[in-house]
Write a protein that binds this ligand. Structure first.
Ligand code: AMP
Ligand code: ZN
Length: 469
């Protein structure tokens, strides 16, 4: 079965195939580490994690880079305003980002390049673009001449004839809209008021790279000049990814990215969740309110990546309810003691679910259909349990399928620690007290009471604890 993914550039679903052996080369635009990432950002990163897992599920290896934007207008402004170095300013946000990735069970990727470690590679690209006459210098800055790249606009499907190139706009900004289309900056001349003590030396004088050149340099240095998949949120499509294509292809002379994948926005009250609008929740905001990383991951994951998702608290509660439903079945399957019945009907149900789940993923990661398959199976398995038609072997086969699916979803409640009933913990405590007082009849009584409820006492160097028999 082939994996099909929608390609923003061709506007069609295309088969994903590695062009370098059996390894998919994937670049994903990472966070700007000037603040805590919000759950809108994490919608994109959770999807990218799903994509990475799906690629592996379809049998490919993956080599992925996610950059850390530590040089841009916002990080420099933050460092200057706080009177600290760029590293001092960005380090805590970088640390928080990795903690959040863990909370959301996002797999670590192979490379996390920070822009500050790739300045020589950026200068190298700028030099090549200058030599080719695609870039030009002006007052200590270097600009990309978009007229020199005939296919400029092909990713975001801009009709260049209809757009007026606005030479009078601020062509130094990292982010801008289509109506401010202009030559964009590759190297920004140093401005002491704006940049404080933050600058790098270059053949054009002191300054700093533009945001777009950072991703071209890191992607090409780590993954090569021709990569399989490039991913980011839809707001990255223009100008960021458009400019990445222009820079990378202008430099290498050949196609930069085979497959462009863009994730739709997470909204709040039907507006994009963003720091500038102030309508955002960080992951930490939600954890403080008692939600778990697993619940947030489930919510962000459960909507198709090309549809907008409106964030609400009832939808987060619905995610919690879905996870409980899955967990209830898992607990039920694990507690089956009856021998297998060789129920062919159950194996047929499992096989057909396995096929439907993979088919759903193969179709542009149709997560809604994949989750529908999961819940249909849960309903069927519950019915088998009600009818006492399912034995240990069939239950184990079902649990194995859930384990396999969780390689992709990373969210199923399969590894939850079992909660020990409070009264048994009380019995354990009484046993400890009785033993210390050498009151062995009470301590034996407590042990018997615990045993009769299906638990064993394990004496460890850190004290006694309970374990299921
Ligand atoms: P930034 O830190 O602003 O560079 O954004 C990091 C990533 O999050 C980029 O891929 C953005 O496209 C993505 N992103 C930002 N806001 C949202 C949102 N509301 N929904 C989904 N993705 C977003
Ligand atoms: Zn980028």
């Amino acid at each position: 079965m082939d994996l099909h993914l929608y390609n923003t550039e061709s506007k069609t679903k295309e088969i994903v195939r590695p062009r370098h052996g059996d390894t998919i080369l994937m670049y994903t635009c990472g966070p700007t580490i000037y603040n805590f990432a919000h759950i809108g950002n994490f919608r994109t990163y959770v999807f990218e994690d799903l994509l990475r897992r799906v690629i592996q599920f379809f049998g490919f290896k993956i080599n992925q880079a996610m950059n850390l934007t530590d040089i841009d207008d916002k990080t420099i402004k933050g460092a200057v305003q706080n009177g600290v170095t760029l590293k001092e300013f960005t380090d805590p946000f970088k640390k928080a980002f990795f903690e959040d990735l863990k909370t959301l069970n996002i797999q670590p990727v192979e490379h996390y390049p920070p822009a500050t470690a790739f300045i020589p590679q950026m200068l190298q690209i700028i030099e090549t673009l200058l030599k080719k006459g695609i870039a030009y210098k002006s007052n200590g800055s270097v600009y990309y001449s978009i007229e020199k790249f005939p296919t400029y606009g092909r990713l975001s499907h801009l009709c260049m004839d209809e757009l007026i190139i606005n030479a009078s706009g601020d062509n130094n900004a990292d982010e801008y809209e289509k109506d401010n289309l202009s030559d964009f900056v590759l190297w920004k001349a140093y401005d002491s008021e704006r940049d404080g003590q933050i600058y790098w030396e270059s053949p054009y004088g002191k300054g700093r790279p533009g945001w777009h050149i950072e991703c071209s340099a890191m992607a090409m240095d780590i993954l090569g000049s021709s990569i399989d998949i490039h991913c980011g949120g839809v707001d990255n499509m223009f100008p960021h990814h458009e400019n990445e294509i222009a820079q990378s292809e202008g430099c290498s002379g050949h196609k930069f990215v085979q497959h462009w994948v863009h994730v739709e926005h997470l909204l709040v009250d039907h507006k994009k969740m963003s720091k500038s609008l102030g309508n955002f929740y960080t992951l930490r905001d939600l954890l403080i309110q008692g939600y778990t990383g697993q619940e947030v991951r489930y919510l962000l994951l459960s909507c198709h990546y090309r549809s907008q998702l409106n964030f609400t608290f009832p939808s987060l509660l619905a995610a919690r309810a879905s996870l409980r439903r899955i967990e209830d079945l898992i607990v039920r399957l694990r507690s089956i003691e009856m021998h297998g019945q060789n129920n062919k009907h159950i194996y047929d149900t499992l096989n057909s679910a396995e096929k439907s789940f993979k088919e759903a993923l193969s179709d542009d990661i149709n997560i809604s259909a994949a989750l529908a398959t999961l819940f249909d199976l849960i309903r069927d398995l519950n019915t088998f349990c009600d009818q006492e038609a399912i034995g240990r072997q069939e239950a184990a086969a079902a649990l194995k399928l859930f384990e396999q699916w969780d390689q992709v979803l990373g969210v199923l409640p399969l590894h939850k620690k079992e909660e020990i009933p409070n009264d048994l913990l009380e019995f354990l405590h009484k046993r400890e007290v009785a033993r210390k007082a050498k009151n062995f009849s009470v301590s034996d009584q407590m042990r018997e009471a615990i045993f009769s409820r299906g638990y064993l006492i394990e004496d460890t160097p850190n004290g006694a604890r309970l374990k299921r028999k």
